[in-house]
Each structure stands twice: as structure tokens, then as C-alpha cells.
Design a protein around this ligand. Structure first.
Ligand SMILES: Cc1ncc(COP(=O)(O)O)c(C=O)c1O
Length: 481
């Protein structure tokens, strides 16, 4: 199918779905937003959903389901063991990835737990393009160490590089030569989350696979954000221009030995799974699934979710479906960039990423600039984003802060959820915040968990800056929520 172009009006991203079920939203007045933020201890995870106007925290488990997905949930075959729905999902994964074995798990981090329990031992080193929070937590839990080998452009927030998620091949070759015995696998994350949803090129994956094969090290893909990566391969990679999304998926997956995914993202539902090329680890992994997740034909997922994932994976093979998110994100990023507001470029998948290092350069990393910006944006617009910076890193073993390479505020766009006018509202409030950025100050922990502290940690502002910000908002928006 060709693309749809506008002849007379401004070109904007165009949805190829219609909305049939809606959920009412309410925007609390700024004074109440301030009060709710305090009740949530300045951790936006601890807000109630009803107090949020635009929830851009994540795309995880909150993508809109299609009519076909919902219909499939009604027909799901409920059984503890032997559910027909599981076999449908298994067949779908096997055929899309060209892999022989599939094991279910309840979400992405469960796959990571199973795989690291099986493969990582104390002293191991796991090279990867970039870490994800839960992946790193499981590798370190097993006594391993994460080695990030993202190429330099990946950590440059302002770039024209279309594939910032690529791994540095020279560095990978070097570590495979030197440390082969300590490396249980190499991990490539598609649509690299924490550097701004940035894709990996096909050639980079091919070269990585070649190096791993030569060294006899298995290559694993975290495919949670594969759908965005597929879209960017189709639109930015010369090698993929003339291939269908299905063909690109086959080509990509043929390079990997193990593929795991969070189906809260890939498949637009809730769940997860692991595909394996060969049977080497199958029996051990089956034992772990049964012990930790549930029987082999559900692995912690409801049969309804498995039915929805199977259809969602089919929909992922349609360019008109997977292009929706990236096109909206591109609009979001380009509009902010045009206004001179610091964002990660080029636009990636998953969401629009504000660069807090440049938005609030007066806040040191020790006072969590991206978390402070996320609190400020909730006050300014009832918008919930997710801190992706130092707060999302746990402390070093000696108790010192582990300063993140990038300080980002991610504004995720769950698929098929937001309208263009909602994006324009977000741009308007971010613009206001940019004009008032000197009012934003830092945060400090009042309760700090040791592991994945960003999820449930509690924080407080370092001064009364939030009251001042709310007052400034009320002054400028006298009659508006
Ligand atoms: C790249 C990546 N891997 C793993 C996960 C973990 O998946 P889940 O949230 O389903 O546990 C996520 C979730 O955001 C992710 O983005």
C-alpha cells in the first residue's frame, strides 16, 4: 500500500484506525495537582490514574487493543494445561521469528529472570548495546556485570544518526577476544529504550551475529520494542526498503539464538515469552517456567491475553499499524525542536524524550534533573512522564550515586491511544514550562529502596519551588485548569 499525502493542508500524522471505545479524562486544577504530587511523594508512579490527564508514563500494557484482539479474547480457550489458545500463540511466534521453541512468561522481566537464572553466574560479563533497568537488575542479581557498548552517537542527544542503537562492533570484537570465557551471551535491545527508543540497523545486527558466531557466544535479542525498530528499518535502512515487515522480521530474527519480549509492548496486550532456536536450554528453561511462572501452556498469562497477543503480533506485521506511534512521536519531537526546546533527535520510537540536562542545566545530577522535570510537568499540565536518568539507576555497591549517561524525561505514546490535539496540548504546557524553567529545582530521596528505586522510592523537593511553579501557572492561566 502506498502512503497517504495531504494536498492542501499541513501534513500531520494520520491515524489508520477509528476510535470506538473511549475513557473519560479529567484535568484537575493546578492547586490540586500540586497536592496530589505531594501525596504521591514526588514519585509519579505513586499517583492515582484518575488524577492524571495525559498518562505518558509508559507504553507498557496500556496500548489500545483492536476490535480483532478484543474479539479473540472472548474465544480464548481456558485451560490450566493444553489451552488451544497457547498453541495458536506458539505457532504465531514460531512462524514470525522462524524459531522452533516458545516458552511463555507473565511479562518481560520474568523472561529476563528465567534467562539470567539459567545463563548468568557470578563473575560473568554481559555485553549489550545498552541496558534496560530490569535486565540490569537481573544480571547483577545473578552476580554478573553489564557492559554497555553503544556507539558514541547513541549517547549524543542531538544527532542525525538514523541508527543510534547500534553496538560498537570494534569494542564488541575486542571484549569477545579478551573475555570470551566470562561471556554467557551478548544482548541486543531492539528500539533501545533508555537512549530514547533508538533503533539498531540490520547491518549492525548482522555484524554482531558474525562476531558472536565466530566466538561461539549466543546472541540474544530483547524484542520488547521490536515493532518500532521494524518501522525504522523499513523507513531508514536501505537494505530493508523493498522488504515487507514480515520479511524484515524474518531477516532480523534469523540472526539471533534467543529472542525474548514483553508482550505489554510487542503484541499490544499483557504477557511475555522466550523463543529459542535450538533445544540446548529447553529442558532447563521449562523447569524454571513451571517453577516460577506457571504451567508451560500459560506461563503466568491469562488465556485472554494470549489470544490478544497472537492477534497483536499479526497486526505488528502491518506498516500502517506500527508506523502510528513513530509518526506521532516525530510530530511531537519536531514541534518541540522547532521551539528550541531540548529533545532527543532524531525522533525514535516509544515516546518523545525531553533532554533534562539541557532543559534544567542548573540542577545537578545528584538532585535528579529529569525527575524534577517530570514533577514540574505534572504540575504544569497534569501530564505524567517517566524519569529515565540517574533516578532510574540504583546506587553503586559502595553507596555512591551512579550518574546516568543521559538525563531524559520520556513522554511515552502508547499505541493508538492519544490524539493529535492531546499532543498539541502537551507541547503547549512543555513550552510554558520551558519559559519558566528557572523555577524548577531539584529533589531528594526521603525513602530510598536498594533495588529499582525509581518504582517506589519517595522524594521531596529541595525548596518550595513547586509552590512557586504552581503560583506562576495560576498567574499565567487565570481561567484555565
Ligand atoms: C526493552 C525492555 N525490556 C524489558 C522490559 C520489561 O518488560 P516488562 O515491563 O513487561 O516486565 C521493558 C519494559 O519496559 C523494556 O522496554
Amino acid at each position: 500500500m502506498g502512503t497517504i499525502t495531504f494536498r492542501y493542508s499541513e501534513a500531520v500524522p494520520l491515524e489508520s484506525h477509528r476510535v470506538r471505545i473511549v475513557q473519560k479524562l479529567e484535568l484537575l486544577p493546578v492547586e490540586q495537582r500540586l497536592a496530589k504530587l505531594k501525596e504521591a511523594k514526588n514519585n509519579l508512579y505513586l499517583l492515582h490514574n484518575r488524577d492524571i490527564f495525559l498518562d505518558m508514563l509508559t507504553d507498557s500494557g496500556v496500548n489500545a487493543m483492536s476490535d480483532n484482539q478484543l474479539a479473540a479474547t472472548i474465544n480464548a480457550d481456558d485451560a490450566y494445561a493444553g489451552s488451544e489458545t497457547f498453541y495458536i500463540l506458539e505457532k504465531k511466534v514460531q512462524s514470525l521469528f522462524g524459531m522452533e521453541h516458545f516458552l511463555p512468561a507473565h511479562q518481560g522481566r520474568a523472561c529476563e529472570k528465567l534467562l539470567t537464572d539459567m545463563l548468568v553466574k557470578p563473575g560473568d560479563l554481559v555485553p549489550m548495546n545498552y541496558h534496560f533497568t530490569t535486565t540490569k537488575a537481573h544480571i547483577t542479581r545473578c552476580g554478573g556485570e553489564v557492559l554497555e557498548l553503544i556507539k558514541p552517537a547513541g549517547l549524543n542527544p542531538v544527532s542525525h544518526d538514523p541508527f543510534k542503537g547500534d553496538i560498537d562492533l570494534d569494542a564488541l570484537k575486542d571484549v569477545l577476544d579478551r573475555e570470551r570465557q566470562r561471556i554467557p551471551f551478548v544482548r541486543i535491545e531492539a528500539g533501545t529504550n533508555l537512549i530514547g527508543g533508538q533503533p539498531v540497523s540490520l547491518d549492525n545486527m548482522r555484524q554482531t551475529a558474525k562476531l558472536c558466531k565466530a566466538a561461539g557466544v549466543p546472541l540474544m535479542m530483547d524484542a520488547s520494542l521490536l515493532q518500532d525498530n521494524l518501522h525504522f528499518l523499513k523507513t531508514r535502512d536501505e537494505h530493508c526498503k523493498n522488504l515487507s515487515i514480515k520479511e524484515i522480521t524474518k531477516e532480523v530474527s534469523s540472526l539471533f539464538d534467543i529472542i525474548y519480549f514483553s508482550a505489554r509492548k510487542l503484541g499490544f496486550a499483557t504477557g511475555g515469552g522466550i523463543a529459542l532456536r535450538d533445544a540446548k536450554h529447553l529442558n532447563r528453561l521449562k523447569e524454571l517456567v513451571v517453577r516460577d511462572e506457571g504451567f508451560l501452556t500459560y506461563g503466568g498469562m491469562s488465556t485472554k491475553e494470549m489470544a490478544a497477543i497472537a492477534i497483536g503480533l499479526d497486526e505488528t506485521m502491518e506498516e500502517s499499524v506500527i508506523s502510528h506511534g513513530p509518526q506521532f512521536i516525530e510530530f511531537f519531537v519536531n514541534e518541540l525542536d522547532r521551539l528550541g526546546i531540548p529533545v532527543v533527535t532524531p525522533p525514535g520510537g516509544l515516546g518523545c524524550h525531553l533532554d533534562a540536562s539541557r532543559f534544567v542545566p542548573h540542577i545537578p545530577q545528584s538532585a535528579y534533573p529529569a525527575a524534577s522535570l517530570s514533577a514540574a510537568l505534572y504540575i504544569a499540565g497534569g501530564i505524567r512522564g517517566m524519569e529515565r536518568g540517574t533516578l532510574s539507576e540504583d546506587r553503586n555497591p559502595d553507596g555512591s550515586e551512579h550518574f546516568a549517561s543521559m538525563e531524559l524525561l520520556r513522554l511515552a505514546l502508547p499505541r493508538r491511544v492519544f490524539t493529535l490535539s492531546q499532543i498539541k496540548y502537551a507541547i503547549d504546557r512543555i513550552h510554558w514550562l520551558w519559559d519558566n524553567r528557572q523555577l524548577i529545582e531539584g529533589l531528594t530521596f526521603t525513602t530510598e529502596p536498594e533495588i529499582l528505586r525509581f518504582f517506589v522510592g519517595e522524594l521531596a523537593p529541595l525548596s518550595d519551588w513547586q509552590e512557586k511553579l504552581a503560583k506562576a501557572f495560576r498567574r499565567d492561566f487565570a481561567d484555565s485548569l
